[in-house]
Design a protein around this ligand. Structure first.
Ligand code: AKG
Length: 258
């Protein structure tokens, strides 16, 4: 499966500009023959949390209809990053997944809110998991800070997830954590990790870019630089089975002890 991470810049608090940019990136991913495209975290608004009253998407309806339209037009699955989703009783940081026929097949809201960027003051946390199925394979979504919680990843992998998607707005200051944690999540779970970060900056942070596709052996299949880029890599599900046979981590777990 040919996958694209749409490592775009995000204009702070300006959904119109960001929808235009995302439309352009999605077209380019489709032109490149990609079967699935991934957007970054909060790609419609960025971290303009103090203006969520004005700019959060009610029920994420605009994002859903935009993503469904693009998916159908291009015949391409989309892991739609995440958007500020005004649920009516608080704003969630919600990932939307649409299949290539334009159906919304899953929503996942960020489980772990990141205090260092004041998320807990403006957002409410999710309460369900990110597991979904596309093209006959189980996959799961996580959002940014979630990568610091290996137990959350393990749970989804034990439930069958074989590609682990991570949209993010990860700051450049902790680029080494980003790479190390993502590679570790791939190695320990013997699964693909497809992580799409944003590029550029906002009033508080310079973001790292470095979207990355990591294979189940921990090998870096593709990695972006810091600037805007469409990162493309191939995922081969057979590699997962081969690696799990070589080192049978899942059979060797001592679940009586943990
Ligand atoms: O965990 C980190 O260092 C960064 C997390 C983050 O930026 C986020 O969750 O938005």
């Amino acid at each position: 499966m040919k996958i694209a991470c749409l490592q775009m810049n995000i204009t702070f608090g300006d959904p119109e500009a960001n929808y235009d940019r995302a439309a352009n990136f999605l077209k380019k991913a489709s032109d490149a023959g990609c079967e699935l495209a991934v957007l970054p975290e909060l790609w419609t608004t960025g971290y303009d949390l103090t203006r969520l009253d004005e700019i959060a998407d009610k029920g994420a309806e605009r994002a859903k209809s935009f993503l469904a339209h693009a998916a159908k037009m291009y015949g391409m699955h989309i892991v739609g990053g995440s958007v500020a989703n005004d649920t009516g009783s608080g704003v969630k940081n919600t990932m939307i997944v649409v299949d290539k026929t334009g159906h919304v097949i899953h929503e996942y809201s960020k489980l772990h809110l990141f205090r260092l960027m004041n998320e807990e003051k403006y957002l409410i946390d999710g309460d369900s998991d990110g597991l979904f199925e596309l093209a006959g394979e189980k996959m799961a979504g996580f959002i940014c800070y979630d990568i610091r919680f290996p137990e959350w990843f393990r749970k989804q992998v034990l439930n069958g997830a074989r590609i682990l998607f991570v949209p993010a707005e990860w700051p450049l200051a902790r680029l080494d954590h980003w790479r190390t944690l993502l590679i570790a999540r791939a190695i320990e779970n013997q699964a693909y990790v497809v992580a799409c970060n944003r590029s550029g900056s906002d009033p508080d942070n310079q973001f790292a870019g470095h979207s990355i596709i990591v294979g189940p052996w921990g090998e870096v299949i593709a990695e972006a630089g810091e600037s805007e880029e469409i990162l493309i890599g191939d995922v081969d599900f057979k590699a997962i089975d081969e690696i799990r046979r070589r080192i049978p981590v899942f059979e060797d777990r001592r679940t009586a002890f943990y």
